[in-house]
Design a protein around this ligand. Structure first.
Ligand code: KIV
Ligand code: ZN
Length: 386
């Protein structure tokens, strides 16, 4: 589909690199199942060589989760790639994602390698990965601070070696939208055979521009964006999946590009990731923050009551934000609890539900109204960790 933008979710890899976040295998599996329901095109499940735990989680996701491509990260060396493949080989649609830095600053201080060496390592890594799977992604780390001619040379060689996706990371979130769009357009013009592969971008949020840069890249011809739920990721995070997707949807007349995302799974996915990672979502966060669809001023309330679109550009129901009149309290039954938990992304077994219901009743005796935050805390502390 010409106008399709592929959504590559890296919540479980770059997102898990957020300071303070550590997910166990079960939690990663639960998020991966939800990402598949959200219908992301690619789930980057982890970095298998990083630890035995990461390996086991990628392996479990590869064996169980169907529909999305399952991807594992590997530096541009044979050991990382072999380990990634060992973890990924049970996947229905496996992808090896190998990367090496191309900026002079990384070459000089981090890799201590020449441009010729980096070019050779990139080609060898792609060729090595290609023996295992057809679907190989190559990333030029710190691409946005790299010399454009050298970057184009490496990308061209990676494509020649068999890469099916080439990714342009703004690793340190240094780009600004018009400049990044022009950068992507130059790559499209200069790299031979770029039209035969998927051109991807991966933007970090150090200047708060990750989503804007990703959208500028899409306008310049990128057809995959790498992003994370709630914008999780290293330092200030990655581009927020829900913001990119809803910008493309809400401004479809402007962008003319579509994703395969099931919009009504967005809120549930956001809540699940927030609960399991312990990273709360700021109240005024676009799309999924608790204030995103609340109206405080009298003028706005009056407008929305007369006609929702006076002050709302999106329908919260479309994103899966529960529009329920049911308030959970001590008179609520098991069925209402099950339904609300499902809306928040939790599918409990009967035994788990019995336990949750008993705890819910105890809580409801003390608290008049049980909020979604109470329920999430209850599931996390009483059910998932026991
Ligand atoms: O930010 C980055 O450059 C990365 C690469 C490994 C894709 O996360
Ligand atoms: Zn990154």
């Amino acid at each position: 589909m010409a106008d399709r933008v592929y959504i590559f979710d890296t919540t479980l890899r770059d997102g898990e690199q957020s300071p303070g976040v550590s997910l166990n295998k079960e939690e990663k599996l639960e998020i991966a199942r939800q990402l598949a329901k959200l219908n992301v095109d690619v789930i980057e499940a982890g970095f298998p060589v990083a630890s035995p735990g990461d390996f086991a989680a990628v392996q479990a996701i590869a064996e169980e989760v169907r529909g999305s491509v399952i991807c594992g990260l590997a530096r541009a060396n044979f050991n990382d790639i072999d380990r990634a493949w060992d973890a990924l080989k049970g996947a229905e649609k496996p992808r090896i994602h190998t990367f090496i830095a191309t900026s002079d600053i990384h070459l000089k201080y981090k890799l201590r390698k020449t441009r010729e060496e980096v070019l050779r390592l990139a080609v060898e890594a792609v060729q090595h990965a290609k023996q295992y799977t057809e679907d190989v992604e190559f990333s030029a780390e710190d691409a946005s601070r790299s010399d454009l001619s050298f970057l184009c040379e490496v990308l061209e060689a990676a494509i020649e070696a068999g890469a099916t996706v080439v990714n342009i990371p703004d690793t340190v979130g240094y780009a600004v939208p018009a400049e990044f769009g022009e950068f992507i357009a130059s790559i499209r013009r200069r790299v031979k055979n770029i039209g035969r592969v998927v051109l991807s971008v991966h933007c970090h949020n150090d200047l708060g521009l990750a989503v804007a840069n990703s959208l500028a890249a899409i306008q310049a011809g990128a057809n995959q964006v790498e992003c994370a739920i709630n914008g999780l990721g290293e330092r200030a995070g990655n581009a927020a999946l829900e913001e990119i997707v809803m910008a493309l949807y809400t401004k479809s007349g402007y962008f003319g590009r579509e994703t395969g995302i099931k919009y009504d799974e967005i809120y549930r996915t956001s809540r699940l990731v927030s609960t399991l990672t312990g990273m709360s979502v700021q109240p005024n966060k676009a799309i999924v923050g608790k204030n995103a669809f609340l109206h405080e001023s009298g003028i706005h309330q009056d407008g929305v009551l007369k006609e929702r679109t006076t002050y709302e550009i999106m329908n919260p129901e479309l994103i899966g934000i529960p529009q329920t009149n049911i308030v959970l309290g001590k008179h609520s039954g098991r069925h209402a609890l099950r339904e609300r938990l499902a809306e928040l992304g939790y599918t409990l077994t009967d035994a788990e539900l019995d336990k949750a219901f008993a705890r819910f009743k105890e809580l409801a005796d003390r608290k008049k109204e049980i909020t979604d935050l109470d329920l999430e805390a209850l599931v996390k502390s009483e059910i998932r960790l026991s």
